[in-house]
Design a protein around this ligand. Sequence first.
Ligand SMILES: Cc1ncc(COP(=O)(O)O)c(C=O)c1O
Length: 388
Amino acid sequence: MNTFENDKVYVANTYARFPVEISGGHGSIVYGSDGKEYIDMGSGIAVNSFGISDGEWKAAVEAQLAKFQHTSNLYYSEPCATLARMLCERTGMKKVFFSNSGAEANECAIKAARKYGELKHGSDCYTIITLKNSFHGRTVTTLAATGQDVFHEHFKPLTGGFVHATANDIDDVKRLVDENNVAAIMFELVQGEGGVNPLSAEFVAELAKLAEEKDILLVADEVQTGNGRSGMLYAYMNYGITPDIVTTAKGLGGGLPIGATMLGEKVKDIFTPGMNGSTFGGNPVCCAGAISILSRIDEALLSDVREKSEYIKAELEGSQGILGVSGMGLMLGIETVKPAKEVVARCMEQGVLVLTAKTKVRLLPALNIPKAELERAIAVIKSACAEE
Ligand SMILES: Cc1ncc(COP(=O)(O)O)c(C=O)c1O
């Protein structure tokens, strides 16, 4: 049986895959097993920060592999400690818990928030407000956090203690704060899976004010927006706020699984040994890859990300068949006249891989996508949107 047949028979039926088998690539070019070449405008859903098989990242990963691939968290290892220090130095956060995915990073944030609520305000202070249309992961608890009913179907009862406010409606948040004993407010600064919708600056400023007044923790879910994607190292930096907890994953590892929960001043000492853990969390190979990624997300790269973002917006906004472009940095959503799925299929035929988010076409290219490849991809996307 070939890969398509094997996959259909033996892999659990949870993904609606495109009829393409990726066999390799370099940078923002990926190859199908049929030899077709594509410009990758999705980078593994914001994971391959420097594209496929990036040389520097590969060298860092291979160098660590040659030393040792894993040790339990009963022992110290240099890549884990170094990455934690780098994350703290770049963000002002104080401590980091490492896991393997975005959902786990959020689980850790939820545990930290619940313990903080209990310690500061009593055992019934555990409610977490999240936003409608959000996405926080697929575990039973992060599904409860996710403010979209469609993800809850079939899996109830979900973890209790989550209520959902309307994004960009501070009065709705205040109502929920009055009605519940709230420990934290958790939000994506740009709702990714929900359709690439940034929160408004006014709403985020009001959230920060409310959180400070009521001693409620602010938890920024930067699983998708983090690690340079928004044009700043973390998207909260575009808003001038300081969250108490920042979670991230995806692009941090550059293609290897890693989750990180960064704990700020209020919660830096919330955990004691045994309160959280992960067999693979802080894996030295994943951390070595992440160190290579993080050390290259510097001001020059970030300003290039912002410039490319402006270029894409200028090209697409007002173009035929395009109703608008939303998002920040290289996390953009295109509202199209045609159904997004048709645009995706047309682009794929023309050798460009794009994604969808709800009804929009979504772009999440590698942060270092070469300008010439970006220009070619944008030309294809424009014509796919415009065609009758
Ligand atoms: C904002 C956000 N949070 C959490 C997750 C879950 O991450 P993972 O699939 O690594 O568990 C995602 C994944 O798309 C996400 O976009």
